[in-house]
Design a binder for this molecule. Structure first.
Ligand code: CP3
Length: 350
């Protein structure tokens, strides 16, 4: 990677340079869920695959959809097409995606015995399709832009495993947290080990940057966050960093913890849009690169308003390297793809 970083800044290494807060020719940009339903070519491939999990399990099809936004737009990074729920699926919970409802587990974790029975899945056997997809994608990218590998945070995976799917109240996981904290700690232990093995397998297969999605960090009171979400993020960031892998941590809704998050040893923090980048930068004292954080609904505004919102975000970060432009959460399925072009061109042209 060092050799890559020392070449002049251009599309192939802007993102890696910004992660290290080195000077860049223009702000790099990629978009969470950039390969997804807003693209007609994605919908066509998904139709052919038959289901979302078939897409994830086929390295050729996962590669095809990963490349679709890269071929269409001037994006500065590709992200592995997969899902955070592959780990619990490999643990035997039986993952299914119900049309219009999202993920569902056939066998959610509802007892201490079920937690004790969980084992770290071997990323080279039951999850082999993931490193295989990484290799196929790296090959297809041919060095055009770096490839991001990812996993869910232990806390966020625990939420889905215990709730059994999306949740509004998070009653089951919070009941476990307060009634059997030692059992939740055990669940987080096996998940932290699983995520580490899984991400190292992605890196061995060619992923150049690793991202942790802590999508449900923000449902916790500060004290519970510090006990049940932050420690596993810190442990993972530290152990991956020892392997010299750039790490991005996205803990959604956890902006009250920016100071602590900026010291876990990650290279960048992903941010949602509930905080300005300038404020976040001051709070993290320029210790770390920042990724984000335009409200995804900005893509519904007119092209002219969208351009202004993109410029406002860039201006808010201010002068100096260390900003990776992104949305504050995933792009929504009914967005007009041409709006993504407007966004990317504005970031690069501003
Ligand atoms: O960003 C990318 O382009 C890479 C692919 C990616 C997907 N999921 C593909 C996907 C990534 C990085 C994820 C992460 C993920 N998955 C998260 C963390 C980020 C976040 O959104 O907070 C979470 C919580 C999940 C779990 C998940 N997967 C949910 C809740 C859903 C249903 C909601 C929805 O958008 O439909 C999914 C399905 C999913 N994962 C889709 C995609 C493209 C849509 C599936 C389809 O084609 O129908």
């Amino acid at each position: 990677m060092n050799e890559l970083l020392h070449r002049a800044s251009g599309r192939h290494n802007r993102f890696l340079r910004a992660l290290k807060r080195l000077p860049v020719d223009t702000t790099p940009v990629w978009i969470m869920r950039q390969a997804g339903r807003y693209l007609p070519e994605y919908r066509a491939t998904r139709e052919r695959a038959g289901s979302f999990m078939n897409l994830c399990r086929s390295p050729e099809l996962a590669c095809e959809v990963t490349m679709q936004p890269i071929d269409r737009f001037d994006l500065d990074a590709a992200i592995l097409f997969s899902d955070i729920l592959t780990i619990p699926d490999a643990m035997g919970l039986g993952l299914d995606f119900v049309e219009g409802e999202g993920p569902r587990f056939a066998r959610p974790i509802r007892s201490v015995d079920a937690i004790n029975d969980l084992r770290v899945p071997d990323p080279l056997t039951s999850l082999r399709y993931v490193p295989d997809a990484v290799r196929t994608i790296r090959n297809a990218l041919g060095g055009r832009v770096p490839l991001i590998g990812f996993a869910g945070s232990p806390w966020t995976l625990a939420c889905y495993m215990v709730e059994g799917g999306p949740s509004e109240r998070f009653a089951h996981i919070k009941q476990l947290m307060w009634d059997r904290p030692e059992a939740l700690t055990r669940l987080l232990r096996v998940l932290t080990d699983s995520v580490r093995e899984y991400l190292l397998a992605q890196a061995d297969a060619g992923a150049q940057v690793l991202m942790l999605f802590d999508s449900w960090g923000g449902i916790l009171a500060p004290e519970d966050y510090r006990r049940f979400s932050l420690p596993s993020l810190a442990e993972l960031a530290a152990s991956l960093r020892r392997d010299d892998l750039p790490v991005i941590v996205f803990s959604r809704g956890a902006n009250t913890h920016l100071d602590a998050l900026s010291q876990v040893g990650a290279d960048a923090l992903g941010l949602d849009w509930s905080i300005g980048l300038g404020d976040a930068r001051r709070q993290t004292q320029d210790r770390i690169a920042l990724q984000g954080n335009l409200d995804p609904a900005a893509l519904y505004a007119s092209p002219e308003a969208l351009r202004n919102l993109v410029r406002r975000t860039l201006f808010d970060y201010g002068i100096g390297s260390g900003h990776i432009f992104n949305l504050g959460h995933g792009i929504t399925p009914d967005v007009n793809p041409e709006q993504v072009r407007v966004l990317v061109e504005t970031v690069h042209g501003a």
